[in-house]
Ligand binder design. Structure first.
Ligand code: 5GP
Ligand code: ZN
Length: 190
């Protein structure tokens, strides 16, 4: 796994500094934030050192968010959280302090005094509000986005061919076993 010697989160991954770990697998680790904003405030990070979300491969990112879901669900079940905020600051301009991609899972409790939501942090930008369609036109994604999971055998073959060609294997790629299929029109995985 790629790591950065100076990075505090890489040091946590390598067990050079301690952390209150709540989940770990070969690709992802989740531990409690040293300065919890609410009880159980967790961070979920990839084990590969990338600074921001857009730098991570699709499969690794898909897995990261699957873990985020499990962490959130677990915080509800174990600590009695009534809801949660999923936050990720990307880039110093967005308030990112630790330059290793991390997703904050912030449990929220019904009886808490601070009912802080999106509005408190990001008040509405009226100018942007008046130009929604103009901005959407500029921001539109014009390329196809392929699912991070395998849909059929064809996807499998192309992957194997790439490896045969001697191209470097994508170290972020995960050995996804699940295959997508539709059961009476309902998307499922096996
Ligand atoms: P950011 O502002 O970059 O999105 O958030 C970084 C978070 O990492 C902060 O909430 C901060 O409390 C947390 N943090 C910084 N250093 C450490 C550390 O050494 N251990 C743990 N567990 N959390 C840390
Ligand atoms: Zn790192």
């Amino acid at each position: 796994m790629t790591s950065d010697l100076e990075c505090i989160f890489c040091k946590i991954i390598e067990k050079k500094i301690p952390a209150a770990v709540i989940y770990e697998d070969p690709y992802v680790i989740s531990f409690l934030d040293i300065n919890p904003r609410f009880k159980g405030h967790a961070l979920v990070i990839p084990k590969v050192h990338v600074s921001t979300l857009d730098e991570l491969g699709d499969e690794a990112l898909a897995h990261l968010f699957v873990v985020v879901k499990h962490v959130a669900k677990n915080l509800k079940e174990t600590l009695g959280a009534d809801g949660y905020n999923i936050i990720s600051n990307n880039g110093s301009v967005a308030g990112q302090v630790v330059p290793h991609l991390h997703i904050h899972v912030v449990p929220r409790y019904a009886d808490e005094k601070k009912g802080i939501g999106f509005e408190a942090t990001f008040p509405v930008d009226e100018e942007a509000k008046n130009k929604l369609h103009e901005i959407a036109e500029k921001a539109k994604i014009k390329h196809e986005i392929k699912p991070a999971f395998r849909k059929d055998d064809k996807a499998d073959t192309s992957e194997k061919e790439e490896k045969k060609d001697g191209k470097e294997e994508n170290k972020e790629a995960l050995p996804y076993e699940s295959e997508y299929f539709e059961d009476n029109g309902v998307p499922k995985f096996r």
